[in-house]
Design a protein around this ligand. Structure first.
Ligand SMILES: [Zn+2]
Ligand SMILES: [Zn+2]
Length: 191
């Protein structure tokens, strides 16, 4: 009996070890992306979620993912094309737009992610503005953590304006307002 108990304990410990193995998020540049931005995202995602991050090879920007205006790329097309069974965060320095349906005009976004899902895309383009690099990087971090939040199943938060899951509605003002923080309501959903 004692032997069985010990065996069960070992099996339990082994299974909990497997379950706590951090998941891996693959960061993929879409077109040319500054290595510093990817390294920063890698550290930020690891610090906040505890996930391992691996930077993978570049994907090319191709005409099939252009938005209707053909002046920028369409986030939804990128997600569909790059949808993966692995957790993938795509990053581009080009402008990206979202189009809800044919009845809506396209509008520029910072990022887009499946909810829930494993793939999201972020763009540095609308975050740069006329701000110091540290400010820009902080914005980029918030957008990345927000889109991964969508992948984990989180909707936009209306609970607390300081929460990173609040909809930015295309303005950096809201991104700047947020803390590197999820409100308890959002955390409780993904824990
Ligand atoms: Zn969002
Ligand atoms: Zn929240």
């Amino acid at each position: 009996m004692k032997k069985i108990s010990i065996l069960l304990l070992i099996l339990f410990l082994a299974s909990s070890f497997v379950n706590t193995k951090p998941k891996t998020v693959y960061i993929r540049p879409l077109g040319d992306v500054n290595q510093e931005y990817m390294d920063y995202i890698k550290t930020s995602v690891n610090n906040f979620y505890g996930y391992d991050c691996v930077i993978k090879s570049k994907l090319n920007l191709t005409t099939d993912i252009l938005a209707g205006s053909r002046t920028r790329y369409e986030a939804g097309k990128i997600l569909k094309k790059c949808n993966s069974k692995e957790n993938v965060l795509l990053i581009t320095e080009k402008d990206i737009a979202h189009k809800k349906s044919n009845d809506f005009p396209e509008w520029g976004v910072f990022g887009l992610g499946f909810r829930p899902g494993k793939t999201c895309v972020i763009s540095t383009y609308r975050l740069k503005g006329n701000v110091p690099k540290a400010k820009f990087l902080e914005r980029l971090k918030k957008v990345a953590l927000h889109e991964i939040g969508h992948n984990l199943g989180l909707e936009h938060c209306t609970n607390d304006k300081d929460c990173m899951m609040t909809s930015a509605s295309g303005t950096v003002k809201q991104v700047d307002r947020e803390k590197i923080w999820f409100c308890s309501k959002c955390w409780n959903q993904i824990r």
